[in-house]
Ligand binder design. Structure first.
Ligand SMILES: NC(=O)C1=CN([C@@H]2O[C@H](COP(=O)(O)OP(=O)(O)OC[C@H]3O[C@@H](n4cnc5c(N)ncnc54)[C@H](O)[C@@H]3O)[C@@H](O)[C@H]2O)C=CC1
Ligand SMILES: O=C(CO)COP(=O)(O)O
Length: 335
């Protein structure tokens, strides 16, 4: 068996799809991107820049893009799926008829599907049951990755050979994937940290201080651990790059769209204004609702995520939300 996938397709022309495509080029792979917007594909092909979603980063001129799924997927040996979480089902339904025979997918979106409460691997298994899956997740701001700054991620698949091959395909000196066999753990960390990043932004915007942020991060990790346990995830994955690692990154940096959105909410701006006309995705807004419903269904206590959901839904204001969190009964730390 070949040790790497030489020809890749990246489904998704946003910031992260572009950064991963650039990374794969840096690793020496042939890469074809699918961008939903023809003007994004055009800019990548002619200006070698994703002017809409990752402006200012020069891209490898050999990186090609198309707005046609059939053209983008033709001949791919593996497919990186990098669309927003809520669009995954529709994107895979459209890609199914032209999916390259035998090519596995690497799921790179971070979120939980609203309505179903399904993880990305579960949505993908329902859409394309024959296609093998890996999950790529970790602390990775697209801009830094695209520039080739040092970054480490988790690549998890139930088939260890698949995880190893994806690692070998994408790994470079500065992009360091670590193989794992717990995709569910990698997905839960990556999805829930976006909701917690919004919470940390709110705390920052309210000026509640560094102690409050540390408390929120740590109790937030406890929520990731509880949901992970209920879904059979390995706690070591949740404490690794795709869990704690990504929580630290996203919940402490204004580079994060989720943290920045929370910060603006905490400073008193209205959610509708913040989301109005926005093209880039803040996954935590969508995952908050999905994770709230999932936690209820599984009987898992996730008070921080529930409060973020109530805030975003408009059923609680910021001061009532803080009051709800601070009024919770005192209890043992480890549960
Ligand atoms: N930007 C980042 O630093 C990172 C993003 N991710 C994840 O990658 C996923 C994609 O995010 P970004 O690339 O940042 O997106 P983005 O915010 O840069 O761009 C939005 C993308 O979503 C696409 N899109 C919007 N609505 C769509 C629909 N209905 N159907 C199909 N595509 C649609 C747009 O065409 C565009 O490609 C998200 O799940 C995000 O959490 C993961 C790691 C890092
Ligand atoms: O997933 C990310 C970093 O790992 C990107 O975070 P934001 O979507 O909040 O910008």
């Amino acid at each position: 068996m070949d040790t790497v996938y030489s020809n890749l397709c990246v489904l998704g022309g946003g910031a992260w799809g572009t950064a991963l495509a650039q990374t794969a080029r840096r690793a020496g792979r042939s890469v074809m991107m699918w961008a939903r917007e023809p003007e994004v594909a055009e800019a990548i092909n002619t200006r070698h820049e994703n002017t809409d979603f990752l402006p200012g980063v020069p891209l490898d001129p050999a990186l090609r893009a198309s707005a046609s799924l059939g053209e983008a997927l033709a001949g791919a040996e593996a497919v990186l799926v990098v669309c927003p979480a809520q669009a995954l089902r529709a994107v895979l339904a459209a890609a199914g008829p032209v999916w390259p025979q035998g090519a596995p997918m690497v799921l790179c979106a971070k979120g939980i599907e609203q309505g179903s409460g399904l993880l990305m691997t579960e949505v993908a298994a329902a859409a394309l049951p024959e296609v093998a899956q890996a999950v790529l997740s970790g602390p990775t701001f697209a801009h830094e990755v695209a520039l080739g700054r040092p970054t480490a991620v988790t690549v998890a698949a139930t088939d260890p050979d698949l995880a190893e091959r994806v690692v070998a395909t994408l790994g470079t000196k500065t992009f360091r994937p670590y193989a794992g066999t717990d995709p569910v753990g990698a997905e839960i960390g990556g999805a829930v940290k976006n909701v917690l990043a919004i919470a940390c932004g709110i705390v920052e915007g309210l000026g509640l201080g560094d102690n409050a942020r540390a408390a929120l991060l740590t109790r937030g990790l406890a929520e990731i651990m509880r949901l992970g346990r209920a879904r059979g995830a390995d706690p070591a994955t949740l404490a690794g790059l795709s869990g704690l690692g990504d929580l630290i990154l996203t919940a402490t940096s204004t580079q994060s769209r989720n943290f920045s959105l929370g910060l603006a909410l905490g400073e008193g701006q209205a959610l509708a204004t913040l989301l109005d006309g926005r093209r880039s995705v803040a996954e935590g807004v969508h995952t908050a609702r999905a994770v709230g419903a999932l936690a209820d269904r599984l009987g898992v206590e996730m008070p921080i995520c529930q409060v973020v959901n109530a805030l975003l839904e408009g059923t609680q204001d910021v001061s009532a939300a803080m009051d709800a969190l601070l009024s919770r009964p005192l209890r043992t730390e480890i549960d």
